[in-house]
Design a binder for this molecule. Structure first.
Ligand SMILES: [Zn+2]
Length: 217
């Protein structure tokens, strides 16, 4: 299905006779979220279009990037956001770490995307049976820098222990919610933009089994 704003832009491009790489310029957070969720629906139904991955697109975005959303997700090889959301070159600004943990460098990356690239949607995407969260649930000694990862996820595990149901899955969800909350209140840039409703920050969970990405309320 042709996305309406893209259609308008392509019409403009056609009429003006120039090719500009501004496909997602000014896309609001709600439209960006719909774009991603529509892409996920195509992916999980095996109807992915693999859009924006050809030479034409590469030529367009070589001139500049205007991604539709920031995606913060796990480094897990089974969770590549461009595939899960059926997006292509220049569509997503991606930050990936084990357990989708956001450190200072990650924060700077998000700030850059919203401040300088004008991205209005930030999505934190955790996933089912996350190994990093599982390591934090199991506890014990961790080698090297893995220790830092476990420490960052530990508060979510403690929250999950107070809940009924599956401890690991509850910890995955708590970890995403904690990160969303941290981003919404992070000064000076993200808190201000969020409070002014210039950006939105949402959490989501990817189901490894059925491919569904569900928004966490
Ligand atoms: Zn993971």
């Amino acid at each position: 299905m042709i996305r309406s704003y893209k259609y308008i832009l392509l019409t403009f491009v056609f009429l003006s006779g120039t090719i500009i790489a501004q496909t997602h310029t000014g896309i609001d957070s709600k439209s960006a979220l719909k774009l991603l969720m529509d892409g996920n629906k195509r992916y999980l139904e095996s109807k992915a279009t693999h859009q924006d991955q050809d030479v034409k697109r590469r030529t367009e975005v070589a001139k500049g990037q205007h991604p539709a959303a920031v995606v913060i997700t796990c480094s897990d090889s089974r969770v590549p956001p461009e595939i899960l959301f059926d997006q292509g070159l220049g569509d997503l600004f991606v930050i990936r770490t084990a357990g989708n943990i956001v450190d200072d460098i990650g924060l700077g990356s998000v700030e850059y995307a919203v401040e300088h690239l004008g991205v209005q949607l930030v999505i934190v995407l955790g996933h089912e049976r996350c190994g990093a969260v599982d390591a934090a649930v199991k506890g014990g000694e961790a080698e090297g820098h893995i220790e830092n990862l476990i420490k960052a996820i530990q508060p979510a595990v403690e929250e999950a222990k107070k809940q009924t149901g599956d401890l690991l899955d509850n910890a995955v969800r708590a970890n995403v919610r904690d990160i969303v909350k941290m981003l919404k209140t992070n000064e000076p840039i993200l808190k201000k933009l969020f409070n002014e409703k210039k950006i939105d920050i949402v959490g989501a969970r990817y189901d490894l089994d059925d491919g569904i990405i569900g928004i966490l309320k």
